[in-house]
Design a protein around this ligand. Structure first.
Ligand code: FES
Length: 237
């Protein structure tokens, strides 16, 4: 008897391993569900809610919700797509995301997800925050105006680099990513090669002196939308 778990996403039957999340099973089957705080090398965090799906009619985060036999998952319904779009629009207005002159443009997951969701211009008012920029480190800088609080740097520093360089501090609109030093980034053990740096999906944590190295047209999401790599491996084609 097969020990695979069968369920459906948008009426497509998916086979999953026990213990997988809906996002992991969808990825393995070549079905792309948008996400921002999730990264396959990190423990799921479930904070951005961009991966929201409906499971038997109830909203759940696909990156933290385990698969179960026979569940009916809706991912591409008009309601879910509108919800994701609204979430991503709010992320854009809550920070300062000036894609046209950000060196992460073309390689930025927030920008790529926005394109994929068909966002032209956010409907909400821009907040234009003024947050700390720390460029004290010789190789890396952090611009909190672009941070979406996904926590990937926090988890990567702890789980992959074994350093705990980044942590969240504060609550609500005062929540931010802090570093484990009293003063500045240069006082931490962060190194340019750390996964905490490359795990940032936006232009908040960047290496110095490598910006704009790849010309427009050759950047990660210039040729194909985000998620195309997952969809290319779809198993029911
Ligand atoms: Fe699932 Fe962020 S990707 S909540």
């Amino acid at each position: 008897m097969s020990d695979k778990i069968k369920f459906t996403i948008d009426d497509v039957e998916i086979e999953a391993e026990a213990g997988q999340t809906i996002l992991q099973a969808a990825d393995a089957a070549g079905v792309y569900i948008p996400r921002l705080c999730a990264n396959k090398n990190l423990t799921p965090h479930g904070s951005c809610r961009v991966c929201t799906v409906k499971v038997n009619g109830r909203s759940q985060a696909a990156c933290t919700q385990p698969v179960a036999p026979g569940i009916n998952v809706e991912s591409e319904s008009e309601e879910i797509k509108a919800y994701r779009k609204s979430l991503v629009e709010m992320l854009f207005v809550e920070g300062n995301h000036y894609c046209m002159f950000c060196e992460k443009s073309g390689n930025c997951e927030l920008q790529a997800v926005a394109y994929r969701l068909g966002i032209d211009a956010p409907k909400h008012e821009y907040l234009f925050p003024s947050r700390d920029v720390d460029a004290s480190h010789p190789e890396i800088f952090i611009d909190r105006n672009r941070c979406i609080l996904c926590g990937r740097c926090v988890r990567a520093s702890k789980e992959l680099d074994g350093k705990n360089v980044f942590q969240f501090v504060g609550r609500g609109i005062h929540k931010k990513v802090a570093v484990n030093s009293d003063a500045k980034l240069s006082d931490t053990e962060l190194a340019g090669v750390d996964m905490a740096v490359s795990s940032c999906p936006v232009g908040a944590i960047l290496r110095k002196r490598v910006g704009f190295a790849i010309p427009v047209g050759q950047r990660l999401y210039d040729a194909k939308p985000i998620g195309s790599d997952i969809e290319a491996s779809r198993t029911d084609k």
